[in-house]
Design a protein. Structure first.
Length: 216
């Protein structure tokens, strides 16, 4: 059986849980937030220090949610997360890249960079980086509207749909987590927003039974 070291509320971990669920891969979930020793164990397996970390049934260790999901597609081809056709794959990868660009900016500003908040250049730094994130979200909103179908995957939910849905659910859950999670409270102070069309696009995807069971 595979083992997934994960953070329950992380959008990066959620997308891997959903991918494993869609492909019916048996997995042991190891909550690294609840157990410092397990987090240390995961970071020994992954020198980059990032979570999630997947230890496959044959002992292979994979890090980074994109790499893990691409490996799952190669190892368990059905259902596919990343399309084979060049046009469909291009759309899927572009959406995934946009989501990750936004999350990386917001998470960095609200965690690693937040110690700089009292410096003279903080406001300008945040404005520049959030400006790029909001431009990316606006472009994503336009791309979703232009699809003319309920999912990014032409035949149903694919990786890009999962990326969007997990980002939105993480964003929606931030206010509820803020009283007990300093990082969530710090991220909320940034004043970032997800456009309404993206929120609306994600809503029916959240109802998918695999997403509800494994990630959201």
């Amino acid at each position: 059986m595979s083992r997934l070291y994960h953070f329950p509320t992380s959008p990066f971990s959620a997308r891997v849980r959903i991918a494993l669920g869609m492909k019916s891969v048996p997995v042991e979930l190891v909550d690294c937030r609840a157990d410092g020793a397990r987090l240390a164990q995961a970071r020994q397996l992954a020198p980059t220090g990032t979570i999630p970390v997947l230890v496959a049934g044959d002992g292979q260790v994979l890090v980074d949610s994109v790499s893990i999901c691409r490996w799952l597609d190669a190892s368990f081809p059905s259902p596919r997360l990343f399309p084979v056709g060049p046009s469909e794959l291009s759309t899927t990868l572009r959406v995934c890249d946009h989501v990750d660009a936004v999350l990386n900016v917001v998470v960095d500003l609200g965690t690693r960079s937040f110690a700089l908040r009292d410096s003279a250049g903080w406001d300008a730094f945040v404005a520049e980086r959030l400006g790029r994130a909001h431009q990316t979200l606006d472009k994503l909103s336009e791309d979703l509207a232009a699809l003319g179908r309920p999912t990014i995957g032409p035949d149903g939910i694919n990786a890009a749909d999962i990326w969007v849905a997990t980002m939105v659910r993480w964003y929606e859950n931030l206010p509820g987590r803020a009283p007990t999670t300093p990082a969530a409270a710090q991220i909320l102070t940034l004043g970032w927003r997800i456009p309404e069309p993206i929120l609306a696009f994600a809503a029916p995807i959240h109802a998918h039974p695999v997403l509800k069971r494994w990630g959201l």
